[in-house]
Design a protein around this ligand. Structure first.
Ligand SMILES: Nc1ncnc2c1ncn2[C@@H]1O[C@H](COP(=O)(O)OP(=O)(O)OP(=O)(O)O)[C@@H](O)[C@H]1O
Ligand SMILES: [Mg+2]
Length: 356
């Protein structure tokens, strides 16, 4: 990986990164994924701005990297996580700054836009970009030039912008959190990355793919999945999508005996294990659900008011707290979109001391 060219500007939490695109195996086995692959390859060679939407863990970044890899662009693929940009330095991080432009700016530095010149700038979690920066971003995209903070002379650029989001941007526009003009400018082409549950043909090829990767890393010479394991993987709804599948296979391999992943080695993170018998889906982990069922039965018998709301708010509250008040993590735990979590947190007034 090349050295970070802009070390002063990256806060310790920022995940901005400059990465060369690794030749990485990709799985697009399901017909729906093949359609997506065709779209990627169709739009890759043009300079058109692309917006990639999809739930968490569906492969948005991988799609962005593939767009760049197939674009023929000679410059770097630069990934910037808009949610991790520190507010005070975000403008300088993106657009660069002159020496002395602000306290601590001892040298003149290029921003991520310049680093991505002749390449691709991937703006991840675009929905988290602060509003004032949205205005500046729109101008840079339209004018195809940046002005470093503290400078006057514009620097012409040839950067292809690809953005990703797992939030509902039209809803964010309605809520006043995202600019409509920037949305229209970025949304020239939208690639929708479907949830894993909608492309079941990918599940086993992906599992096999991760099995190879992790067996290799763990030094396991031969790793296999038992037939019941395959059946369990195919019937699980995968709320955490491909990232969850990757984690399940990795963890399964860590606990497997003799390199054989059996159903008891599968630890699904977010929801009960389902199996499909002749009478439809049934819960495998019976005990905790029996206990929960008894509690709910008691509450129902007592005709508790607002029972549904109370249970839902408790569930959302627990998920939010146990993920360190992180909305993305809480969404992952609950198996819903971040937007849904945000709506629920607001509905149950659980966001009081958390900035939006
Ligand atoms: N089609 C694919 N073939 C192989 N691996 C994939 C594929 N899609 C995604 N992955 C892998 O799944 C993991 C999650 O993908 P990625 O980080 O691109 O998802 P994301 O949509 O950006 O997630 P998030 O919203 O959480 O940022 C990565 O390890 C990635 O390499
Ligand atoms: Mg991502």
């Amino acid at each position: 990986m090349p050295a970070n060219p802009n070390p002063l500007l990256v806060s310790p939490t920022a995940q901005s990164d400059v990465l060369s695109v690794r030749a990485k195996a990709m799985i697009f086995a399901d017909p729906l994924s093949q359609q997506l692959l065709q779209q990627i390859e169709q739009f890759a060679p043009s300079d058109v701005t692309v917006l990639i939407t999809g739930d968490t863990g569906t492969g948005k970044e991988l799609v962005a990297r593939h767009l760049h890899a197939e674009s023929g662009r000679k410059g770097a693929f630069v990934a910037v996580n808009c949610g991790a940009l520190s507010h005070s330095l975000a403008e300088a991080e993106l657009f660069g700054h002159q020496a002395g432009a602000f306290t601590g700016a001892s040298e003149t530095r290029a921003g991520w836009f310049e680093v991505a010149n002749n390449g691709t700038l991937f703006l991840d979690e675009l929905g988290d970009l602060p509003l004032p920066l949205q205005v500046k971003l729109l101008r840079v995209i339209q004018e195809r030039e940046v002005v470093r903070v503290g400078a006057r002379t514009p620097i012409p650029l040839n950067v292809r912008v690809v953005a990703a989001t797992n939030i509902d941007l039209p809803a964010a526009i309605e809520a006043g959190r995202f600019r409509r003009d920037l949305y229209y400018r970025l949304n020239v082409v939208t690639l929708k990355v479907p949830p894993l549950a909608d492309r079941p043909g990918d599940i086993l090829p992906l599992a096999q793919h991760f099995l190879h990767i992790y067996a290799d890393r763990l030094g396991i010479r031969e790793a296999v999945m038992a037939p019941e394991t395959r059946a369990a993987l195919v019937s699980y709804p995968w709320p955490g999508n491909i990232r969850e599948l990757e984690n399940v296979v990795h963890a399964g391999l860590l606990t497997a005996r003799d390199g054989v992943i059996r159903p008891e080695n599968l630890r699904f993170a977010t929801s009960p294990r389902l199996s499909y018998g002749t009478s439809g889906p049934t819960l495998n982990d019976v005990e905790p659900y029996e206990a929960l069922g008894q509690v709910i039965g008691g509450l129902l018998k007592n005709q508790e008011a607002d029972l549904h709301e109370r249970i839902e708010s408790l569930l959302v509250h627990q998920a939010f707290e146990s993920s360190g008040r992180n909305q993305v993590q809480a969404a992952r735990l609950l198996g819903v979109s971040r937007n849904t979590v945000r709506t629920l947190l607001k509905r149950y007034k659980l966001l009081t001391d958390t900035p939006d």
